[in-house]
Design a binder for this molecule. Structure first.
Ligand SMILES: *[C@@H]1O[C@H](CO)[C@@H](O)[C@H](O)[C@H]1NC(C)=O
Ligand SMILES: *[C@@H]1O[C@H](CO)[C@@H](O)[C@H](O)[C@H]1NC(C)=O
Ligand SMILES: *[C@@H]1O[C@H](CO)[C@@H](O)[C@H](O)[C@H]1NC(C)=O
Ligand SMILES: *[C@@H]1O[C@H](CO)[C@@H](O)[C@H](O)[C@H]1NC(C)=O
Ligand SMILES: *[C@@H]1O[C@H](CO)[C@@H](O)[C@H](O)[C@H]1NC(C)=O
Ligand SMILES: *[C@@H]1O[C@H](CO)[C@@H](O)[C@H](O)[C@H]1NC(C)=O
Ligand SMILES: *[C@@H]1O[C@H](CO)[C@@H](O)[C@H](O)[C@H]1NC(C)=O
Length: 392
């Protein structure tokens, strides 16, 4: 073999070797301020020496172990009290490092060096710290819809969409960074009818993404009837969702957690007598009652990826006698008046019949037989009077 060929061989092998090493870097994603495990294993043998080194700019000592104990005299201050090994598993070949309260400075490449009396090895880990998109706030004032989210890393992007779809003028969101974490906010001004359009805002940062959708509608209901308020955005399968109904953006009506089986509903005290039930679709069933309240009913439906907020402006109106021609009203009233008059006459006549014998005890007994009639009459009376009152 010529020296040239041999040199080529060496270069190829070296390239392959570095290539393999680079490919072997284990990617470990970790959430900001969480605890993470940097994995590292070796073939169990005696005389274990472990060095965890961060290789960001130069080699920083993260954690060392030999002579069967932690050796932290040369540990970098940044890792003070934040590192630990699983001591009971080292003899079994587990040299994984636990790192707590992870910060963005912790990002980068880590080397796990292992030396035993059988030889030594190095493995590499890439730690990637992220702060996933959490809660998104979305609200509407007039024709302006505002969307915002904070505590995000890496730098987020925000996009708008509507349902039904419309071409929206491009909005440049405001992005701010505070102690490495980003916040983002965007306001969309449209001339679309906000009562007929659902607005969605999607925030994406690295691999994390979340969408918030806002829709609103107005509903007019009759007084003293049951009301069903739908929760927009609800799917046929609510497993994994959390649902909250609230009133006027302040008062919680109920919380329904579908992440547990069986799902759990919690209805807040003042609403317990009013909320009839929660349908499987998530709509709110309000019972006919004098306690019925006008206002904004908000349903918030969330899972890991999305939040749907729907506002319903509920208004009560007294029943209109619609469908029946106007001239029927005086006829109905006349019939009612006649019925009442004959009832009164009937009662007077019954009373007169019982009267002659006189005594209070007897009078009660005398009324005894027609009492049921009187009772019925009273009940009819009530129903009639409500009907009579309602149009006014
Ligand atoms: C680290 O832990 C020791 C002992 O528990 C404690 O005295 C020290 O204040 C801690 N240092 C930091 C920076 O938390
Ligand atoms: C090492 O031990 C820890 C703690 O029990 C465990 O979480 C981890 O999965 C183990 N690593 C390997 C590679 O077995
Ligand atoms: C939106 O704009 C695109 C190109 O600008 C156009 O092709 C499309 O028809 C528009 N859609 C609507 C709904 O206006
Ligand atoms: C808001 O949108 C409505 C149409 O839905 C439009 O008539 C009105 O002028 C808009 N107001 C502003 C301030 O743009
Ligand atoms: C949307 O509905 C609310 C509540 O009924 C009403 O106040 C508002 O004027 C409506 N907006 C439009 C653009 O129709
Ligand atoms: C819903 O249930 C899950 C699982 O028990 C729990 O982790 C979560 O905190 C609950 N959410 C609410 C809003 O109660
Ligand atoms: C509430 O609704 C669920 C299903 O929609 C039904 O199984 C349950 O019996 C209802 N509860 C009451 C008190 O009506």
């Amino acid at each position: 073999m010529s020296p040239v060929k041999c040199a080529v061989c060496v270069v190829v092998v070296a390239l392959l070797w570095t290539g393999i090493l680079a490919a072997e870097d284990v990617q470990v994603p970790c959430s900001f301020q969480d605890s993470c495990v940097l994995p590292c294993t070796f073939k169990p043998a005696a005389g274990v020496i472990i060095h965890w080194i961060q290789q960001r700019t130069d080699n920083i000592q993260v954690h060392s172990f030999y002579d069967n104990e932690d050796q932290l005299d040369y540990q970098d201050q940044r890792y003070l009290n934040r590192t630990s090994l699983y001591k009971d598993q080292i003899s079994g070949g587990n040299a994984s490092l636990q790192l707590t309260a992870v910060t963005f400075q912790d990002q980068g490449r880590y080397k796990c060096y292992i030396g035993t009396n059988q030889g030594n090895q190095e493995t590499f880990i890439q730690l990637e710290v992220q702060a996933p998109v959490g809660k998104i706030d979305i609200q509407q004032v007039g024709n302006t819809t505002t969307c915002s989210s904070k505590g995000i890393y890496p730098q987020p992007v925000l996009t708008w969409s509507t349902d039904p779809p419309h071409n929206l003028t491009k909005q440049k969101p405001t992005v701010q960074q505070d102690q490495e974490l980003f916040s983002i906010s965007s306001s969309l001004v449209t001339s679309l009818n906000v009562n007929k359009t659902a607005f969605s805002c999607t925030v994406t940062a690295g691999k994390s993404r979340r969408t918030a959708t806002l829709s609103q509608q107005a509903t007019v209901s009759e007084v003293n009837t049951d009301v069903s308020i739908p929760c927009r955005g609800s799917t046929s399968d609510l497993t994994g969702f959390r649902l909250t109904w609230s009133f006027n953006h302040r008062e919680t009506i109920l919380m329904h957690n579908f992440t547990e089986t069986p799902s759990k509903v919690q209805i807040q005290e003042p609403w317990r007598q009013l909320v009839q039930n929660m349908s499987e679709s998530g709509s709110l069933e309000l019972q006919a009652s004098s306690l019925q309240r006008e206002g904004i009913y908000t349903c918030e439906l969330s899972d890991a990826k999305q939040t749907h907020i729907s506002n319903t402006f509920l208004k009560f109106e007294t029943k209109q006698v619609t469908g029946e021609p106007g001239y029927l009203v005086p006829v109905i009233i006349t019939v009612i008046v006649l019925a009442l008059a004959s009832l009164v006459i009937f009662i007077i006549m019954t009373k007169c019949k019982g009267k002659p014998s006189g005594g209070a005890g007897e009078s009660t007994r005398g009324v005894g037989v027609p009492l049921s009639h009187v009772g019925n009459g009273n009940r009819r009376d009530q129903r009639l009077s409500t009907e009579e009152n309602s149009p006014y």
